[in-house]
Design a protein around this ligand. Sequence first.
Ligand code: UDP
Ligand code: MN
Length: 245
Amino acid sequence: GLPTIYAVTPTYWRHVQKAELTRISQTLRLVPNVHWIVVEDSETKTDLVRNLIAESGLVVTHLHAKTPPFEQLKDKDPRWKRHRGVEQRNAALKWLRSNLQVNKNNGIVYFMDDDNTYNVKVFEEMAKVKKVGVWPVGLVGGLNAETPILDEKSGKVKGYKSGWKADRPFAIDMAGFAINLDLILKSEASFSYKMEKGYQESEFLSYFIKKEELEPLADNCTKVYVWHTRTEKPVVNGVVPGLEV
Ligand code: UDP
Ligand code: MN
C-alpha cells in the first residue's frame, strides 16, 4: 500500500498563524495517507493549535519545542539571523525515532513549513520515494523556481539551478525533498544551529545520500508542485473582542 507521509510542520504564534494552519491542514485533507506532525515553537501547546487540529479531521501528532533565545547570545554579530524551525524539526525527528520502527512503519518524511503553498501532487510524488526524492520549488532564492539539474544521459542529478550558493552539496530548499522513514530511523541526523545559515538542508541530506543517488521526481524536475510563499505581516491595530482569528 501507500507509505504514510509524515509531514513535519514547525509553527509559531503570529496573527497569520491560524490562517496558515487552516490553509495547509485543508490541503492535507486531500492527501489520503498523511500523518501530520505539528510542532509548536512555544513553552506549552496552545489552545489555538489544539482546536485547529481537533477540527482538521487529520491524523495528527501535536508537539511543542521552544526555540532557545540564541539571538541574545549572538548580538555581537549584526549579520547573524537565527535559524528557523531547527528545534521543532528535531523534536519531530525524536518523536519519529521513539515511536516508529525500521522495516515496520512504511513511511516518508517531509518538512512542510506552515507558510508555503502545496499542490496535492507533491504528496503523490513523495509516495514514490525510495531513499530521497527531489523536485523543484517555486519562488525561492531569487528565482521563479529552484531545481535540481539532471544529466541528460543518465537522468541523474548533476547539479542545481539555485539563486544562492548553487555549489552547496545539496542546494535544495526544505520543501524540495522527502526522505524514506527508515533512513531517518537508522540515523541520528538532526538539524543544528552551528550550521551556516542556508546549509541546514544541505548538511542534513549529506547524512543520507550522495548527489547522484537523489531520485528526481515531478516529471524529471520539470513541474513545480510547491512554492516557497511568504505571507505578508498584516497590520493589526485593534482587536475585536470575541473574534478569534
Ligand atoms: N518558525 C518557527 N519559529 C520561528 C520562526 C519560524 O517555528 O520563530 C517556523 C515557521 O512557522 C515555518 C518554519 O519555521 O514553518 C520556517 O520559518 P519561515 O517560514 O519564517 O522561514 P523562511 O521560509 O522565511 O526561511
Ligand atoms: Mn517560509
